[in-house]
Design a protein around this ligand. Structure first.
Ligand code: FAD
Length: 438
């Protein structure tokens, strides 16, 4: 067998997979269709572009994304190493300058001797006797998605997500907002827009009655729960936003010395602080409606929208039917899936699955045994879940502590329990790294 792996898609999962294969001395053909063919969400031709939020989540290992990042670090994640060099301040969160990060990832991968970057859309699965990692993401090109339906996917599944607007920093009226991090944890990195009860109620009314982008031409109108559009949350009850993305707890408005009724938080989107993103404000409102409604927020009266929130398509396979615990197709052992298309959800999860698919594909080509990841690890729990969930109702899944096996300890609070689970996960992964010779 030729000692080469093909990676299709140079997004978060694809670049990580390509690096892992390459660092094991195996040649990689990495196909990325951008910039010739763009997706609905990417804006550059760079590899590893984060299309929406610039945050990789919390850094605390007792948080889901924190533990997953810790495991990525232990597994020598390429994406995380470069991300570290492009961090921007965001309290206890790991936020980055998305563009600089993507530019550097592209540069680094292009400089690797055994990585061949081919800017070309793949329309059909290559018929070669070598491992292929499919990492074409939620916005997999139509041609390729169609051909996958014929070969590997039992059924094409689509649902919708939405992205948040980004505002130019110079267009914000800073006399009406305040800088703070929740509970004053870390630096005061976020811009906060305080709302009183009337302003909040007016906003909820506006949202519910605003014109939205119609959903058509697709099979389902299903939103992913962790990325619900604000107007969808507003529909669920008048206080739903105040308990969700607009919750004010831990924030005191210095002008009134009180906690506001509700808050809109803005997070720095680039190192130069030119742009800020409305946190949790994914939306499918029509653009003119976004301008009309969000400009009613104090401080945003003259906001310039660098990017409006928008809807997007999400393509993924029915993982429990199609893949095993090595992100490997059950039917065709040369095919691996990685990233969002494999049935995981989120940046960190996509990087994690790319990393593992890269390792497993390399092991296969080197005729080395594959070892199951311990279920006590975040990485193991995630692939266990997506490969064994109920296929009838399968949806892309984020890692949560709930996926880890329970531990029986008496009188312990939730946080301490998570810390204990995290410790077990780290020890388990350490053992696996040694046993599986990673
Ligand atoms: C609009 C949007 C917003 C999102 N926001 C967030 C968020 O804020 N936070 C979060 O955690 N997750 C978010 N996600 C979910 C997910 O984490 C990201 O989509 C993540 O980038 C998935 O990584 P991936 O590698 O699977 O796909 P991608 O990073 O999208 O990479 C797939 C790559 O494959 C390429 N490609 C597609 N088809 C072909 C083909 N036929 N031939 C060659 N190349 C091809 C694409 O151009 C792309 O570069 C969002 C998803 C979308 C679509």
């Amino acid at each position: 067998m030729e000692k080469k792996v093909i990676v299709i898609g140079g997004g978060l999962a694809g670049v990580e997979a390509a690096y892992q294969v390459s660092k094991r001395g195996i040649e990689v053909d990495l196909y990325e269709m951008r910039p010739q063919i763009m997706t609905e969400a990417h804006t550059t031709g760079f590899l590893g572009e984060m299309v929406c939020s610039n945050s990789l989540g919390s850094c605390s290992i007792s948080s889901s994304s924190g533990l997953l990042k810790k495991e990525l670090e232990m597994l020598d994640s390429f994406f995380l190493k470069i991300a570290e060099k492009n961090r921007v301040p965001a309290g206890n969160s790991f936020a980055v300058d998305r563009m600089k990060l993507a530019e550097q990832i592209t540069y680094e991968l292009k400089s690797m001797r055994n990585v061949n970057l081919l800017n070309k859309e793949i329309e059909e699965l290559p018929e070669k006797d070598i491992p292929v990692i499919i990492a074409t993401g939620p916005l997999t090109s139509w041609e390729f998605a169609k051909s996958l339906t014929k070969t590997t996917m039992r059924k094409n599944l689509f649902f919708f997500d939405a992205t948040s607007p980004i505002i130019s920093a110079e267009s914000i009226d800073y006399t009406k907002v305040f800088y703070a991090s929740r509970y004053n944890k870390g630096e005061a990195d976020f811009i906060n827009i305080p709302l009183n009860e009337n302003q909040y109620n007016d906003f909820v009314y506006d949202l519910i009655n605003a014109e939205k982008v119609e959903i058509k031409d697709f099979e389902n109108n299903i939103f992913f729960e962790a990325c619900l559009p604000v107007e969808e949350i507003a529909q669920r009850g008048e206080k739903a936003l105040a308990f969700g993305p607009m919750k004010p707890v831990g924030l005191i408005d210095p002008q009134t010395n009180k906690m506001p009724y509700a808050v809109i938080q803005l997070r720095q989107d680039d190192t130069k602080k030119n742009f800020y993103q409305l946190i949790g404000f994914q939306t499918r409102l029509k653009w003119r409606e976004q301008k009309r409604i969000f400009r009613k927020f104090p401080g945003l009266e003259n906001a310039k929208f660098e990017r409006y929130g928008r809807m997007h398509r999400n393509t993924y396979i029915n993982a429990p039917l199609l893949i095993d615990r090595f992100y490997q197709s059950k039917k065709s052992k040369n095919i691996f899936f990685a990233g969002q298309i494999s049935g995981v959800e989120g940046y960190v999860e996509s990087i994690n699955s790319g990393l593992l698919a890269g390792i497993f594909a390399s092991k296969k080509i080197l005729n080395k045994p594959l070892y199951n990841l311990p279920e006590q690890t975040a990485s193991g729990a995630l692939i266990n879940y997506i490969s064994q969930a109920n296929w009838k109702d399968f949806k892309p899944t984020k890692f949560t502590f709930g996926l880890l096996p329970d531990i029986k300890v008496k009188k312990i609070n939730k946080r301490t329990k998570k810390e204990l689970k995290a410790k077990i996960a780290i020890e388990g992964l350490d053992k696996w790294i040694k046993k599986a010779d990673i």
